[in-house]
Design a binder for this molecule. Structure first.
Ligand code: TXA
Ligand code: MG
Length: 332
């Protein structure tokens, strides 16, 4: 673990920075912080490096990775960017959104895109990630740094828990303050579609380029989905019962039950163990930042055999959060 927290403002002065750079150049896997979730990074131009990512995570090889850059001048692997995609990139990068763009043939290791003709690209906002990308000077392919089927990691401990012994190292920076994965915007046909909801919503995109989003309900099941969305997702050891709309009356549970929800509903719950997700029902950002950490904490509590999760009002602001909650509770 390279703890760079005291060097966030000038990573080049970190004493072991040369080791980290050498690791990437020698095709090693290194986990890095980002504002969404920690990523497991590898040189996107090296087939040897990218192949190792799938092995370390236990990830199906037909599920493509996101390529991370610090500057648009690194995008020599893209061709024919739609002008609307260009405008959105200029506006939202660096930030929590990935764009699916046309790939220039043979310009990246083919394992990055699992043979597809498009590639997902993101410029993260996290200072450590951006500086690292600049210092290393390579585009880095990075899926979330969890074992396949586990919640995405939002701090270095989560990465350590899943991947210690399987990777070269972890760059310990700030915890991921957004806490759920980036919005994936499919720009392969116009108007664009959201392939995975995240912190950047369709109306935020529409505000920058009016008419750029399909009028269809972006959330509907027939929207084309990112390959990753079809796999079984993280489900905690104990089943989750989702209370859609949120717990609104008193609830008595036994000591084997974990109740998860905003602090503001704690007074309604008697018995069991309460795990606060955020301040109140409006605090979607807080809930998103804490969700994966809370689910991991519950998995560690061997007393727990059942989870009751108090849901949030379903609207555009809560769409990404509820998407992850629905997956974890598998519709129960
Ligand atoms: O926030 C994030 O996006 C994090 C951090 C590390 O940047 N990364 C992340 O990567 O969540 P991953 O691999 O866990 O998720 C990537 C998603 C998957 O659902 C994948 O199927 C989709 O993006 N994806 C990648 N390339 C694609 C492509 N060419 N076409 C369609 N979907 C693609
Ligand atoms: Mg992932």
């Amino acid at each position: 673990v390279w703890d760079v927290r005291n060097y966030v403002h000038d990573l080049s002065t970190y004493p072991q920075i040369a080791e980290i750079i050498a690791g990437f150049k020698e095709d090693e896997l290194i986990a890095i912080p980002t504002e969404t979730v920690y990523g497991l990074a590898a040189n996107a131009k090296s087939a040897a490096a990218v192949s190792k990512v799938y092995v370390a995570k236990g990830r199906p090889s037909d599920n493509p990775l996101i390529v991370h850059i610090y500057s648009q001048k690194q995008m020599d692997f893209i061709e024919n960017i739609h002008p609307a995609a260009q405008q959105l990139m200029d506006y939202f990068w660096p930030g929590p959104i990935s764009f699916i763009l046309p790939l220039k043939k043979d310009s990246l290791a083919e394992q990055v895109t699992a043979g597809k003709e498009t590639v997902a690209v993101r410029m993260p906002e996290d200072k450590t990630a951006l500086q690292l990308l600049e210092i290393v000077g390579l585009p880095l392919a990075a899926p979330s740094a969890n074992l396949s089927g586990r919640p995405s990691p939002t701090n270095y401990e989560h990465v350590y828990e899943d991947l210690n012994g399987r990777i070269h190292g972890i760059v310990r920076g700030d915890d991921s303050h957004i806490g759920i994965e980036s919005t994936v915007l499919d720009c392969s046909s116009y108007p664009f579609r959201i392939a995975r909801p995240g912190a950047i919503t369709a109306s935020m995109l529409e505000e920058v380029v009016a008419g750029c989003m399909t009028e269809a309900d972006y959330t509907s099941d027939d929207a084309p989905i990112a390959p990753g969305m079809k796999y079984r997702h993280y489900a905690p050891n104990s089943p989750i019962q989702l209370v859609d709309g949120g717990i609104s009356s008193s609830l008595q549970v036994d000591r084997h039950t974990a109740v998860v929800g905003p602090e503001s509903i704690r007074f309604l719950v008697t018995g069991g163990t309460f795990y606060p997700l955020c301040q109140d029902e409006q605090d979607i950002k807080g809930a998103s930042a804490n969700l994966y950490d809370v689910l991991r904490a519950i998995d560690h509590n061997k007393e727990i055999t059942e989870i009751i999760l108090s849901g949030f009002k379903r609207d555009e602001a809560s769409q990404a959060l509820m998407n992850r909650i629905d997956k974890a509770s598998a519709g129960k």
